[in-house]
Ligand binder design. Structure first.
Ligand code: B12
Length: 494
């Protein structure tokens, strides 16, 4: 089978947890889920391409041209809940012109398997991982067409939507490395990126904790082995010129021994890669020391609040003292620390937001992100919202029956407009400190980094609207024009 995977651009949403300016400067990341799917298909012997239309700034028409050259037998898309309507728009356009089957997968399929394949243009859905489903589906498409044998497949038969069970156990360690050879690796970057090429990695699935605002809560923790992880890092370095990696695991440090083994392996192989990860705050000096020695340059900590009551209320299971100590220790070992904070969490008042901002300022953080607390699908907050309203906004959204609108936050006395304003204010207050700005300026390594940061700062101060609004013509991130043009040509004429 010839398989083409398309990553479509997406715009800013009013229900988005980030402010528009933050989303704009967030970065351009590789479509990692699609790269996993591509590697699985390639390993099963299928010729596969990924068109990262978002990063290459390709229009639907450009993408169609490229697809006509490749002549795929089947098209694939990744579906998140929030971007569902936009991805569906791309599917509709391409399906109409190419007339080939379409398969979709991704997080939204786990939440809304039936609704995700409801549109007539979508032929198949992959409910779980592609690992067994895609090779088996392609075999059936080539031979038997007995779809009832394909594990985890969602398909349509005589007007009915059928969902096959997926009884096979997934071993994440056996997954082939994501097919980064199909991606324009030179173009990716995130806001704090220091080195190119940059990529993202996922080394474990799930999270055993149960914070009430997070959808990963209590999901089965499934790590890749230290050797597999470092093999992937080495492949990134040698084959794809990668010098910086952001590890996107929900909590990279869930298993201390595993992280220590990963670090020892990096040190043993003398792998010179700068990497970052997301972590809970409850880690110790022993771990930080070896992480630094192995090239860890940044840790993104989930801090959430400067109010102990709110931390307890969202089930965070951390204390303010622990946060202070860990951030201090992180800095002592020479690792940059970023704090993720929530605004509008359960029990939030103007006072608790002020406390959070004061707390954030008192920690020696290098970066912060203030997100607006949102009832995301599968979170305990979402379950409460559905029970209370008797209606599931996200389900209606996926079915095209709901507008992009700000969702109610019955767990706080703050209105949505106040939450928006307070979030913006939090950024301004955190950044507008002479000493912080001076320190940030001294850390800048290149003119392009300087430009990116100054522009981001100025936009945050002067052109961010008081209340989030729709943003037509939204373009994420300022890329490198020369590199972009090179890859656009390659994508169209290769
Ligand atoms: C890396 C990442 C990104 C990267 C790359 C995008 C991507 N997914 O490739 C970037 C930064 C660009 C990104 C962007 C966004 N992301 Co993101 N992202 C992730 C992250 C951290 C890892 C994905 C990954 O590689 N997982 C490991 C692989 C093995 O699992 P997987 O992704 O589930 O993929 C398997 C199956 O789902 C299936 N599958 C997935 N896609 C497809 C496609 C086809 C055709 C098939 C057949 C199968 C299939 O097969 C895969 C392999 O087995 C996940 C969280 C997580 N830990 O999974 C969030 C996550 C997927 N992202 C999420 C969100 C919300 C977003 C954004 C909307 C954020 C934003 N506001 O901008 C955007 C939207 C992107 C889009 N086009 O829709 C949510 C989705 C929640 C939801 N309800 O839909 C998640 C779950 C994080 C979270 N907990 O909030 N993301």
């Amino acid at each position: 089978m010839k398989f083409a995977l398309v990553f479509n651009p997406f715009s800013y949403k009013v229900h988005e947890e980030n402010l528009r300016i933050v989303q704009k400067y967030f970065g351009l990341f590789p479509p990692l889920s699609l790269a996993w799917v591509a590697a699985i298909a390639q390993r099963a012997g299928h010729e596969t391409i990924i068109i990262d239309a978002r990063t290459l700034r390709l229009t639907m028409e450009d993408t169609l041209e490229r697809l006509k050259e490749f002549k795929p037998d089947i098209l694939g898309f990744m579906m998140t809940t929030y971007m569902f309507p936009e991805t569906l728009g791309w599917i509709r356009y391409l399906k109409k012109r190419l007339g080939i089957p379409v398969v979709v997968g991704g997080y939204n399929l786990r939440v809304y398997p039936r609704e995700s394949v409801a549109p007539a243009e979508i032929d198949f859905g992959v409910r779980e991982h592609a690992y067994y489903t895609i090779p088996s589906l392609f075999e059936e498409l080539e031979r038997g067409r007995k779809f009832e044998n394909v594990p985890g497949l969602i398909y349509k038969d005589g007007g009915q939507t059928l969902i096959n069970a997926h009884p096979l156990k997934i071993d994440f360690d056996k997954f082939p490395n994501p097919a980064r050879d199909l991606l324009p690796n030179e173009l990716y970057a995130e806001f704090p990126t220091e080195l190119r090429n940059f990529t993202v990695m996922v080394t474990s699935l799930g999270c055993p904790y149960d914070c009430s605002f997070c959808e990963a809560g209590s999901s089965a923790y499934s790590p890749r082995s230290p050797v597999t992880v470092v093999n992937e890092m080495e492949e990134c370095f040698e084959r794809h010129g990668v010098r910086e990696i952001d590890i996107f695991d929900y909590n990279f440090t869930t298993d201390k021994i595993r992280v220590m083994e990963i670090c020892s392996e990096i040190i043993k192989r003398k792998l010179n890669i700068l990497w970052a990860c997301r972590s809970r705050i409850d880690i110790d000096g022993e771990l930080l020391e070896i992480m630094k020695a192995a090239g860890c340059g940044r840790i993104y900590y989930g801090i959430e609040s400067g109010s102990q009551e709110i931390l307890d209320r969202v089930n965070k299971r951390i204390t303010l003292d622990r946060i202070r100590n860990t951030v201090k220790m992180t800095k002592k070992y020479g690792i940059r620390a970023l704090g993720f904070f929530l605004v509008g969490a359960p029990g939030e008042t103007k006072k608790t937001v002020s406390r959070t901002v004061r707390f954030a300022k008192s920690l020696d953080l290098d970066y912060t992100q203030f997100s607006k607390c949102l009832a995301k699908p599968l979170t305990p907050l979402w379950k409460e919202m559905v029970a209370k309203e008797g209606k599931d906004y996200w389900r209606e959204w996926v079915l095209g029956r709901e507008e992009d609108r700000v969702l109610p936050r019955p767990w706080t006395v703050l209105s949505n407009d106040e939450i928006d304003r307070l979030t913006r204010k939090a950024y301004v207050k955190f950044h507008l400190r002479p000493l912080f700005l001076l320190k940030a300026a001294l850390k800048v390594r290149s003119f392009s980094e300087f430009r990116k940061k100054v522009l981001g700062f100025l936009e945050m101060m002067f052109s961010q609207e008081k209340i989030s609004r729709k943003a037509d013509g939204f373009v994420a991130y300022h890329g490198d024009r020369k590199r972009l043009d090179f890859y656009r040509k390659l994508a169209k004429f290769k």
